[in-house]
Write a new protein. Structure first.
Ligand code: SAM
Length: 227
C-alpha cells in the first residue's frame, strides 16, 4: 500500500487504543466509535437494500465487527469478514456467532472464487484507499459477486456539508504536520465511471445525512451497485 497509509500505522494506532482504553471502547474507537448505533444503521441500510436471510455476504474492511454484530441480531446469513488488522478480526470473532468467518486479507482483492457471494459491503473502506486501489478492489468485487449481486459501500464526497468538515479536519492535521490517516474523497462522477468500466450498474446513491434508522443517518454517503 502507499507510503502514507502503511498497514503498520493502523496496527500501531489500534495497539495504542488497546493500551489507553478498556477493550470494548478501544475496539469501538478503532472503527470510528458509536459501535452499537452505527452498526445498527449499517445493518438497516443493507437490509433495506436487499440483504436477506440465506444470502452469503462479504464484509470487506469489517474491522472489529460493528456491522457483523448488528447483522447477527437480525438475519441468518453466511458471513465472511475481511480486514488487515488481526486484533480487530479477533475481537469481531469473539462477538459474533461461530458460523461467522473472519479472514486476514491485506490484498485489495478477495481470496474467493468467482461468483461466490450474493452481497458485498464495504463501510468506510474505500475512504482509506487510493482511487487505484479502490478500482482494483471494486473490480474484484464484481468478479466474486453472482450476477444480480450487490456491492454497497460508503464514501466521502465534497458536496455534503457534513463531509466537508472531515476534509477540513484532515487539512488541519496536515497543517499541524501530524500524519493523518488517508481520508480519500470519491465523487459520484468517478463512481459512475468506475462502475461502467467494471460492468456494474449504479442502482442508487444515498446522501450522508439521509435518515436510515429512525432519524439517524450513517454520516457517509452510500452507493449501491448491481452486477
Ligand atoms: C473505519 S473502519 C470501518 C470498519 C467497519 N467496516 C465498520 O463500519 O465498523 C475501516 C476498516 O478498514 C480496514 N482496512 C483498511 N484498509 C484495508 C484493506 N486494504 N483491506 C481490508 N480492510 C482494510 C481497517 O483496518 C478498518 O478496520
Amino acid at each position: 500500500m502507499a507510503e502514507f497509509h502503511f498497514i503498520e500505522d493502523y496496527e500501531k494506532h489500534v495497539a495504542q487504543l488497546m493500551r489507553d482504553h478498556p477493550i470494548d471502547e478501544a475496539m469501538s474507537l478503532a472503527v470510528g466509535g458509536a459501535y452499537d448505533i452505527i452498526g445498527r444503521i449499517e445493518a438497516e441500510v443493507l437490509i433495506k437494500n436487499g440483504l436477506s436471510d440465506g444470502m452469503r455476504l462479504a464484509d470487506i474492511g469489517c474491522g472489529s465487527g460493528r456491522t457483523a454484530v448488528a447483522l447477527a441480531r437480525r438475519l441468518r446469513i453466511d458471513y465472511d469478514g475481511y480486514d488487515i488488522i488481526q486484533a480487530l478480526l479477533d475481537y469481531a470473532e469473539s462477538k459474533t456467532p461461530h458460523s461467522y468467518k473472519f479472514h486476514m486479507n491485506r490484498a485489495v482483492k478477495l481470496p474467493a472464487p468467482n461468483a461466490a457471494f450474493d452481497y458485498i459491503c464495504a463501510f468506510s473502506l474505500f475512504t482509506h484507499l487510493l482511487h487505484e486501489e479502490t478500482f482494483i478492489y471494486m473490480r474484484d468485487c464484481h468478479r466474486v459477486l453472482k450476477t444480480g449481486g450487490k456491492l454497497l459501500f460508503s464514501f466521502l464526497e465534497f458536496r455534503m456539508p457534513s463531509l466537508w468538515n472531515v476534509f477540513e479536519a484532515t487539512v488541519k492535521q496536515y497543517e499541524a504536520s501530524t500524519r493523518p490517516h488517508l481520508n480519500m474523497f470519491l465523487e459520484r462522477g468517478a463512481i459512475e465511471v468506475f462502475s461502467a468500466r467494471i460492468g456494474f450498474r449504479v442502482e442508487k446513491f444515498i446522501d450522508a445525512d439521509a435518515p436510515v434508522l429512525d432519524e439517524h443517518a450513517l454520516g457517509q454517503s452510500i452507493c449501491v451497485m448491481v452486477k
